[in-house]
Design a protein. Sequence first.
Length: 305
Amino acid sequence: MFSLFQSDVPVFTREQTHGLLWRPEQQIVASSDSLGWTTLYASVQREAPYEASYTGVNDHLLIVHLDGPVEVRRRLSGAEAQRVIPPGGMFLMPANHDFGVRLAAPLSTLHVYFRGSTLDRLAQEIYGPAERAELLPRIGDRDELIQSLARALKECLEAPHPADRLMAEALATTLAVRLLRRHSSLADRAPVPVSGALSEARLTRVYDYVEAHLDEPITVEAMARAAGLGPVHFARAFRNAVGMPPHRYVLEARVRRAKHALEQPQTPLAEVALACGFCHQEHLTHVFKKVVRVTPCAYRRARLS
């Protein structure tokens, strides 16, 4: 699965968006501004009625309506479209398009920006190195999978937790793939056949990489590089071979290391957390209890009794 969170590019901030969210009457409920996301920007807000025009940016914008219905008018390439968009309907604006919009009533929305370069790389891995995808403008279309992914991404924004970073990465990548497959110029194109199975040797390299970097952030892209595969192919092959997605494997590997560390009574829980890649002791407790069904303290007492 292609990684949307990379360490070699700047954090994607609100200042890089079209400007819809800069309007003073917009009430931002939650956003990724403080979450360190690099090739994705997302926000949840309550929008007031407005009418304005915006200059195109280098990135793609997906808006999912969280309530409604509400009337929206869009101006694009000299043509106007008007729709009454129901809850779950979407507004998709491809990169580098100037547009105008009129919102007729208050509305709650999820905005998701994808970097154009990210979609290009993803398209080339799925459809071939010579392909470049053009997203298609949408106004009012409904897509059940996009709605489900949007709800899950919204939860990551409204109740952020360090354990959700890999989850948000997986959700965002799946959302990007859905846009390519159903809402782009490549929608009718068959993906290129994949080759290079996830052999035992490749799996071993991935396992070794994870173990060597458990005390650091680990992305799916880095795991794919260790396997010598493209991220999309890797994620699918890894799940087939291991029975779980990469982000779940990393989570369980952190818990396995924590179990071993907890058998050392002299090691403080805060040190155990950092050594196993958790942000702090509370993060360790939250994840450990979710996976093992007991707290780290209870687990330590049981093992040492």
